[in-house]
Design a protein around this ligand. Structure first.
Ligand code: NAD
Ligand code: UD1
Length: 345
């Protein structure tokens, strides 16, 4: 048994979680995954073992299960928790707000109570750029007002507030609130990647499934936005850069403690059409598309000012849009039906 630090990764079997586990192993940590597999597949454990040479410990359980969490902190000594378990589909959150508040907010409260009991007080939390809603200007700084426009975004804002209150009550707590922009791509090995169930709601997995032949054409939601080509502009960040941002946050908290809130983005905005072109370059395939009406709740442009994370954490996104698309394509073309061949089409 090595003396590497144990890090509990809730939601560690998911898209960002799996890449974070890989980055943790690379940085010398030992991730322990806690996940109920409601939006992921146990096959990711085999892939992580192939990729890193060690199989992460896995606890198949729900984040709202207080007894199970208590046992986890009794059985193993953890240095910190990276909390990614949660629900993330905006449309679903409008239809099922109670379920979203239950998993995302009650789940976090249950986790925090177990951490306090187990005397673990360092947590990295996955927040989202969605807390900014429709920003008055771009790029977005951390001190912009939070005005989420849907229940999913509000669950993230509520959790941010809970963590701030807890930090105010007891200086021993150490928190990093990471506001992700649009994570895409996959590990360069093609072994782990994004595997959405059903019809993808997000742009990149949809484009990738068109390229691989699972979907006929992309609907571009709106071409009359006040952007250079009329389509929506976002800050796409390679998921491995994002994963490495967690290591930087963890290292910062361990060394300096405190309460950190920071954007994780690249600072560059790309339009839907630019993404389609980049994916065509990466895959060598044509992506048929048609213009469709705007998607309700969408905004014109959203991209980060990443300078706070650059300064504070010494972290910077390194991978460009062509690398993001090439890696996403390698994953998609080698695993046309994701981890398990479960195809919701
Ligand atoms: P994901 O769905 O791939 O991963 C989430 C993981 O949490 C899944 O493995 C799922 O099975 C697990 N989970 C869900 N409910 C659970 C529960 N009740 N108990 C235990 N485990 C549970 O999503 P992701 O893209 O990897 O996102 C991870 C986190 O990052 C989420 O909290 C999400 O809100 C946040 N986030 C994601 C994005 C994005 O664009 N992907 C952007 C901003 C923030
Ligand atoms: C969405 C969520 C956001 C969440 C993020 C990650 C909404 C309104 N926002 O962000 O809260 O944090 O996903 O889960 O749902 N597009 C198309 N065709 C498609 C899909 C998308 O044209 O089939 C366009 C969108 O209009 C947008 C861009 O592509 O301009 C990116 O969309 P998407 O990947 O869904 O991300 P966001 O909307 O930024």
């Amino acid at each position: 048994m090595s003396d590497a630090s144990n890090i509990l990764v809730t939601g560690g079997a998911g898209f960002i979680g799996a890449h974070t586990c890989e980055a943790l192993v690379r940085a010398g940590f030992r991730p322990v995954i806690y996940d109920n597999l409601s939006n992921s597949n146990a096959a990711v454990l085999d892939r992580l073992e192939r990729l890193t040479g060690s199989r992460p410990a896995f606890i198949h359980a729900d984040i709202r299960d207080a007894h199970q969490l208590e046992r986890v902190f009794t059985d193993t000594s953890f240095d910190a928790v990276i909390h990614l378990a949660g629900l993330k589909a905006v449309g679903e959150s409008v239809e099922q707000p109670l379920h979203y508040y239950d998993v995302n907010v009650t789940g976090t409260l249950t986790l925090l109570a177990a951490m306090r009991q187990g005397n673990v007080r360092t947590l990295v939390f996955s927040s989202s750029a969605t807390v900014y809603g429709d920003p008055a200007t771009v790029p977005i700084h951390e001190d912009f007002p939070r005005q989420p426009t849907n229940p999913y975004g509000r669950t993230k804002m509520v959790v941010e507030d809970i963590l701030a209150d807890l930090a105010g009550s007891d200086p021993d707590w150490r928190f990093a609130l990471l506001r992700y922009f649009n994570p895409i791509g996959a590990h360069e090995s093609g072994l782990i990647g994004e595997d959405p169930s059903g019809i993808p709601g997000n742009l990149l997995p949809y484009v990738a499934q068109v390229a691989v032949g699972r979907r006929q054409e992309l609907s571009v939601f709106g071409n009359d936005y006040p952007t250079p080509d009329g389509t929506g502009v976002r800050d796409y960040i390679h998921v491995v850069d994002l994963a490495e941002g967690h290591i930087a946050a963890l290292t910062h908290l361990t060394a300096q403690g405190g309460f950190v809130t920071t954007n994780l983005g690249t600072g560059n905005g790309f339009s839907v059409l630019e993404i389609v072109q980049a994916f065509e370059r990466a895959s060598g395939r044509r992506i048929p598309l048609r213009f469709a009406p705007r998607r309700p709740g969408d905004i014109a442009a959203c991209y980060a000012d990443p300078s706070h994370a650059n300064r504070l954490l010494g972290w910077k996104a390194l991978r460009d849009i062509d690398t993001m698309c090439a890696d996403a394509w390698r994953w998609q073309s080698r695993n046309p039906h994701g981890y398990g061949g479960k195809d919701g089409s």
